[in-house]
Design a protein around this ligand. Sequence first.
Ligand code: TEU
Ligand code: CA
Length: 571
Amino acid sequence: MIDFKHSVIYQIWPRSFKDSNNDGIGDIQGIISKLDYLKELGIDCIWLSPIYASPNDDYGYDISDYYAIAPEYGTMNDFDQLLFELKKRGMSILMDLVANHTSTKHAWFIDAYNNPNSEYRDFYFFKEGKNGNPPNNWLSFFGGSSWTKENEHSYYLTSFAPTQADLNWKNPQVRQEIYNVMEFYLKKGVDGFRMDVINCIDKKDGLPDKNPEKKGYQFPDDYLLNGPLVHTYLKEMNEKVLSKYDALGLAEGCLVTLDDAMKYTNPDSKGIQMTFHFDISMLGYGSLGKYDFRKFYRFTTSEFKEVTRKWQNAMQEKNGYVGNFLSNHDNKRHLERFGNIELYYLESAKALALYNFTLYGTPFIYQGEEIGMTNLKLDYSEWKDYEAINSVQAMHDMLHVPLSIAKKIGAYVTRDNARTPVQWSNENYAGFSSVTPWIKLNPNYIHINAHDSMIDPQSIYHFYKKLIVLRKSHEALCTGKFIELNKDHKSILCFKRINDEEELLILINLTKQAADITLDEKLDGIELLHNGLDKELRRVMKLAPYEAHIYQLTKKEEKVKVSLHSSKYRV
Ligand code: TEU
Ligand code: CA
């Protein structure tokens, strides 16, 4: 199994990573051409978002053939070559396993749809409607009903887009088919899977209405998420597949609860090794997700600290494990959400990176994050993201939000923000392609691009590189205990990472205001890394906006040593 607690994982969303054959779409050869770049950055492992055959209604998360590579990304030979090139560099790969649903263009679904006696009928959830309405009141993740009409009376369950039909995991044949897919790729040499919405695979028996007393579609919550059999299936998957190949299982854990996450990943539970949690990426969103604007996308630093504390402490107490991320392909890029691009672009990008790399849990980088890529507000006509297009319509139809306002919200949160092409250089089309890319390119590539970042020693890129080196040279950062100090401080996050060998102290001002802090303890230490200002560790300190430090604390015995060797005593 890959040494995931000591790894740094880089997410590639292939359509926008690098185009090798100049059709405006990223592809596998493009990825291969950038492996040296990733190696140089310090990456051990990539998580590759789906590259399988797909009609692309949800850009690869709607798979029509698990055993085929989408032609725009290349061929199975290209994929084999990617594996070879990764191994050559000592790197590993997690594939995206989208097993909660297939595309409605998948052969199983086509057969089920066309043939009432199809053996694949029970692979999905086909159900009669109720009085001209869908079978239940579940709200889809992408807005509107979770059901799509098959004919006048009958529907099928589509918890995401109408062309993503949910698979029925209660059918053992479905599970076996998915395990076969996993084995196919494991035999090729992949190292594990990031499992898309895997905590949705156990739907409540009978698919009853959620909160039937309420009007309108209701988010199914515990009727869809973290059902009691999720863990059972993960254990079965581990026993039948993952353990045989010593492969890593990483749950996307969409809106996973703390207890479930700890249960799935606790080594005693014999399930998977790691999960993402969504509590940081949900900050500022209402409970229904990014199109739930009831919080106006605002949150406090205390909430940010609270979420951090909750997950860090739980992992220690319950021996679970998470991957930490700030950005991914499902949310706008994080600098605008958690940092301040206008006034403190470099400082906040580095402070947030320092946060992500000093926590317990495996750090993930989303493509382009390491060069400080930012969001691009697209015009409605330029949108590609189905979630955005449908959610805007649903906001209008269900909540009567005027379309012009719904579109503004959509432009603000759409996943397209994070999906613009990676900016490799200031050449034409940012060095991504030599033709107009499939989605609009952010014009700021002229000054935000990998080429220039690599030349500038003060760049965000070089800071990420330093953080990766630091993490690898301090075991305490990977596996040490997390102990928070100054919990109630309104702006500064302060914590130690401790193991038998050393104690590190991390101080991060998470706000755009300067802040004073009087540390809970008097500590001495030497600076290991900072994001701008070298500063001696003192009990009382003033941190500039987004100022961040890592200190190595000096233990009492060491202090004696230091003073004996200090110049005063030298002859
Ligand atoms: O995402 C699931 C998911 O929960 C998010 O899209 C979520 O709805 C949102 O971030 C909350 O506001 C996974 C994939 O990562 C995503 O790209 C797919 O569209 C989705 O599953 C369906 O496969
Ligand atoms: Ca291409």
